[in-house]
Design a protein around this ligand. Sequence first.
Ligand code: CP3
Length: 358
Amino acid sequence: MSGALKNDLLLRALLRQPTPRRPVWLMRQAGRYLPEYRATRARAGNFLAMCTNPQIACEVTLQPIDRYPLDAAILFSDILTIPHAMNLGLEFSTGEGPVFARPVRGAADIDRLGVPDPHGELRYVVDAVSLIRRELAGRVPLIGFAGSPWTVASYMVEGGGSKAFAHIKRMMYEAPRELHRLLDLLARATIAYLNAQIAAGAQAVMLFDTWGGVLTPAQYREFSLHYMAQAVAALIRDADGRRVPNIVFTKGGGAWLGAIAAIGCDAVGVDWTTDLSDARRAVGGRVALQGNLDPAALFAPPAVLRAETLSVLESYGPGTGHVFNLGHGITPEVDPQQVALLVDTVRNYVPAAESSTD
Ligand code: CP3
């Protein structure tokens, strides 16, 4: 398809194979903190116009790769492409985040929804994946992604971002079977969508469960983890028959890392509220870990940012299976130079145990 991969550190670390150093990429690495991103967005008009145009999605995906020696590219898109394809009237209003004109509030609304065809309404995503693979020409692997069914449902039911999750929690307590019907539909949509990304060339895939952490432990298992487990179990191999590693990230899921590892995923994303040494104990070597620098550490003075980065690397400890990342997405106010320092610190890191043996 696109020749041999020149840097496969990410894929190896996700499968807990040895690597000469820790791979690093950053959630939301293509975004508003980059002046070149803001310039492209001004030209495209708005965020959705960027996502739905494969040439622009490709250009923006490559921007952080051209600027920094990162070990992975992530498809430029959004977790809300699936509900957008379900015709709920999605708009991204500046400063407000996503808003749905037609939120999903009851059984009749759920009845109207269908699983979008990845080669139909979502074709722009599949086309972007193929184009990005071609343009990357094997420099680094490409990560595809989707939102978790629970997280995507929360935007659909709330009609946008939320703090209290009043509508979806009301549905969960009042009409749990209806919510399960919605989540089951979203799980099927997510599986078709991720598998189409894999078939088009995605070399790893990630599930973003941004809002799983607002649930009780029992609700988390029933309404979020259960559907992520279904998705993980249904992922296909790549065109050459190789396993495509998957990453499951629940923000606020620190207490449930062992349960997440048990669904059969390859790697678990960890936010900054859990120490990686504790996370490692919790998953018992069953999965790789991805994370978990506090995104706000990018606002620290350079020496402090460096120390915080090293402390994340040290807290993982020796051995394979760590992919360095932030504990959540990078924010628009970050100075691009700080990202350069972070990436450089990870790339040059030599574990204390190894440097002291000579
Ligand atoms: O990581 C990457 O670089 C890939 C691109 C990516 C975006 N969104 C681009 C984006 C990814 C992986 C996402 C996932 C996503 N989208 C999540 C889960 C990850 C997370 O952050 O927890 C969620 C919850 C969304 C939904 C979403 N999209 C919201 C709530 C917002 C508005 C908030 C904001 O940051 O403005 C978006 C918009 C969005 N998605 C932007 C980008 C670069 C900003 C759009 C802009 O340019 O104004």
